[in-house]
Structures are given as C-alpha cells and as structure tokens.
Write a protein that binds this ligand. Structure first.
Ligand code: NAD
Length: 427
C-alpha cells in the first residue's frame, strides 16, 4: 500500500532517516505528522447562477525554521494525504536548501479547466477568505503548483491585501513579474538542476564540456535544464522527450549533432509539447518515449513526472551513465532507487536537485519585504551560490557518513529541522 499513498511513502522515508539519526520518539511523533491542517468548503457561484461547493485544504507540516512554504494545487484527484506528503517534502526541501522557511502545501478538489476565468478568480478569492487568518509573510506563504498560475497568485494576493487593509505582496510567491514577482523565477528550477550537475561532475573529475545528457520532459524544468547544460556547461544534450497531447503518447526527440534547446523551445507549446512536423523538418529523429533512458550519455535528467525510473526502466540505464539528476519530484520508485544505488551511479536527489524553484520564491519574498527588486543576473547569481552550498552540504554528509546521496539529503534536512525545534525549546 505504501507505494499508493504518498503520505505513507513520505512517512516511511522520514522513519528511515529518523533511524539513521537515532531520533527520540517525541521528535518522531512531531515530524511524522503535520503540525496543522485546515479543511474547508468554498462556495462558488457558477456562471449559470447555481452554487458549487468545493473542498479546500492547507497543510502546515512544520514551521520550526520559518513560515510554511509550498504551492496550492487545483486538481480533481486531490486528497488530503497527497497534500500532507507534499507539505512534508517541502519541509525537507527548504531545510536542505537552507532557506529560513518550513513546509506547507494546499489544494482544492477541482478541475480548473472546467471553470471560466471569472469562476477561477472567485475560487482564488474564496480560498483566501477561508485561510487569511492563517497565512501571511510571517506565517505561511503559498505559491502556484499543479493547476494554479501566476495570475491566480495575483488575485489571491489582492484579496489578502484587501482583507488586511494594506498591500502585502509577500503573502504569495510565483506572482507575475509586473505584480511583485521575481525575475529569474521561470528559469530557476532548471538552472538550479544544472548548478548541482556542474558540482557533481566536478566532484567526479569530469569535464562538463565533454559530457552529454539525456533529458526526460520538455516543460518548464526540462527546458531550462537543457538550456543550462548546453549554454552554461557547454555539454551536449542528446535528447529530450515530451508527451504529445494530440497523439496522446510520449516521444523522445534526438538530433545527430545534439539538440538545440533554444530551437526546440521555440517550437514547443505552453504544455511542453514539441511540434513534430517542425522538429522532423529540422532533422530531429523522433523515437519511442522510453528511448531517453537507454542513451549512451554521462548524465540522465528525469524532469517530467513521478515514478518514471522504476523496476522496468532502471535496468535499461546505459552503463556509461555517471550522474542522475532528479529534476522532477519523485521520478524514481523504491525499486528504481535500489538499482541506481547498487550500480553506484551518483544521484542528485529530487528535493536537493530541484530546490532552485523554492529558493527563488524565497528571493521573491525577500524582494517584496525590501520593496526593492534585483536584476535577473543578481537573482541567478544568488541562486547559484545557494544551490552550490546546498549540494556540498549533502555531498559532505554522504562522504562523512558513507551513505547514499538521497539518505544524506534526508540526514542534512531532518537534522536542521530538529535543531531548530530544539533551539526553540519545542523538544
Ligand atoms: P510541465 O508541466 O511544465 O512539463 C512537464 C513535461 O513533461 C512536458 O513537456 C510533458 O510533455 C512531459 N511529459 C509528461 N509525460 C511524459 C512522459 N510520459 N514522457 C515524457 N515526457 C512527459 O512541468 P514542470 O513544471 O516542468 O515540472 C516537471 C517536474 O518537476 C514535476 O515533477 C514537478 O513537480 C517538478 N518540479 C517543478 C518545479 C517548477 O518550478 N516548475 C519545481 C520543483 C519541482
């Protein structure tokens, strides 16, 4: 059952690190569960005059290190256990990146595509009217996630500011740049992935310019990971992949000379689907979805969905692969993870590898507080520093304790949260 309920998986992962850290029972009792949960109903007046009542959630897993941080998802299959698991993972992600924030997540059970723009705006304002006493720049700072957008954050921020009677931009992050958002946020997660890949290659004594990568996905994270690997490291991106919404099938796109990520980005729609005709005309080879994982490359970057590196696909990983950088959240199943570990491939675990997004959200909050905004270069430079320090914190732990990188990331994160709870006198 553990594979099916994400919260049980998150708890099992925590239990393992708690054992490694030999944590006492009282601390485990706190960290295995969210500190606070909000369950509420949001009435929505539909375009036809009828009322639809939606179920909303906000989970604040732990705020020992600072205000809770995490997205709000609008998804028809949302469950409280998904939100709990994601909130717990946010606690570890913020801690491993060493940003002064805790972990939270929110959701509404709804298919946003079924709502008109006016209904979406009402839903966003309704969510805030239920939660405004319990969120804020010093309490809990939500952001966009699956099914929510920058525009929605702007509506939510507006509603919160109205209720407070003052402008409070820092209550939500992921806002449009014209409305208090940060430059560099779009590129942040993918570039952050590449900053950690650069450090991993350095550690392994490999020249990035002589390395190649295969990337799964071509959405926000994968596009900027591809651009970063190509432009910043000078490496060759052998292929990327995407799910074709017309064919309802995923494909891998490769090019004999390596892909040009800028060209591909120019022929990709907002959902991350590459235009097949234009790609073929430019000499791209379109292969099966699974082809990306079998490529003879140095670096594999799963940056699409969860569970893609699993018992069936992990044995197909080429013998020359030296680094796996988990751009996506949870791309590797427990069986896939075991195989990677046994083969001794260097792993950059998801909540370290893709922490660039939340780190730049933190920078957005900092800029909102100062009411002074950094240039894109300044944001990305600060991001590089944060990701590099975070990577080496985990690597040092892995080398010192002789543990796998995923276990080392948990040890670093859980230990930081426990220390904050102890310093506050909670335990
Ligand atoms: P996205 O929706 O922009 O892109 C997803 C991409 O994956 C698309 O190109 C889609 O076509 C492709 N895809 C879907 N199914 C596929 C399949 N079976 N095979 C190959 N490709 C497939 O999403 P994103 O924002 O890039 O997020 C990707 C992952 O990274 C998710 O796990 C997300 O939770 C995680 N993540 C994202 C951010 C962020 O800032 N965007 C931050 C941290 C983690």
């Amino acid at each position: 059952m553990e594979g099916q309920n994400p919260f049980l998986t998150a708890q099992a992962q925590f239990d393992k690190s708690a054992d490694l850290l030999d944590l006492p029972q009282d601390i485990r009792e706190i960290l295995r569960w969210p500190m606070r949960e909000f369950h509420f109903r949001i009435p929505l007046r539909m375009g036809d005059g009828s009322i639809k009542v939606l179920q909303g959630f906000r989970v604040q897993h732990n705020d020992a290190r600072g205000p809770s941080k995490g997205g709000i998802r609008f998804h028809p299959n949302e469950t409280i256990d998904t939100v709990r698991a994601l909130a717990m993972w946010m606690t570890w992600k913020c801690a491993v990146a060493d940003i002064p924030l805790g972990g939270g997540k929110g959701g509404v059970i709804v298919n946003p595509a079924s709502l008109t723009t006016a209904e979406k705006e009402q839903l966003c304002r309704g969510w805030v009217s239920q939660m405004w006493h319990n969120i804020g720049p010093r309490m809990d700072v939500p952001a966009p996630d699956v099914g929510t957008t920058g525009q929605m954050m702007a509506w939510m921020m507006d509603e919160f500011s109205k209720l407070q009677g003052q402008y409070v931009p820092g209550v939500f992050t992921g806002k449009p740049v014209d409305m208090g958002g940060s430059l560099g946020r779009t590129e942040a997660t993918g570039f952050g992935v590449i900053f950690t890949v650069r450090e991993a290659l350095k550690h392994l004594g490999l020249d990035p310019a002589a390395c190649s990568a295969a990337i799964q996905g071509f959405g926000n994270v994968a596009q900027y990971a591809a651009i970063g690997f190509h432009d910043m490291l000078g490496g060759k991106v052998v292929c990327v992949s995407c799910y074709d919404l017309k064919d309802k099938k995923p494909y891998t796109y490769s090019h004999p000379d390596g892909v040009d990520p800028h060209f591909l980005q120019g022929i990709t729609d907002q959902y991350g689907t590459i235009d097949q005709e234009k790609a073929t005309a430019a000499g791209y080879v379109i292969e099966d979805a699974g082809a990306w994982i079998e490529k003879d490359v140095d670096v594999l970057i799963p940056a699409a969905l969860e569970n893609m590196v699993n018992a069936e696909t992990a044995p197909l990983i080429h013998k020359n692969v030296k680094v796996i950088a988990e751009g996506a959240n949870g791309p590797t199943t427990l069986e896939g993870d075991q195989l990677i570990k046994e083969r001794g491939i260097f792993l950059i675990p998801d909540f370290l590898c893709n922490a660039g997004g939340v780190t730049t959200s933190y920078f957005e909050g900092v800029q909102n507080d100062m009411n002074y905004y950094w240039s894109r270069d300044e944001v990305l430079q600060r991001l590089d520093t944060k990701m590099t320090v975070a990577f080496h914190g985990v690597l040092d732990m892995a080398l010192r304790q002789k543990v796998y990188m995923r276990d080392a990331a948990y040890l670093v994160a859980v230990d930081r949260v426990v220390r904050a709870m102890q310093l506050r006198g909670w335990v």
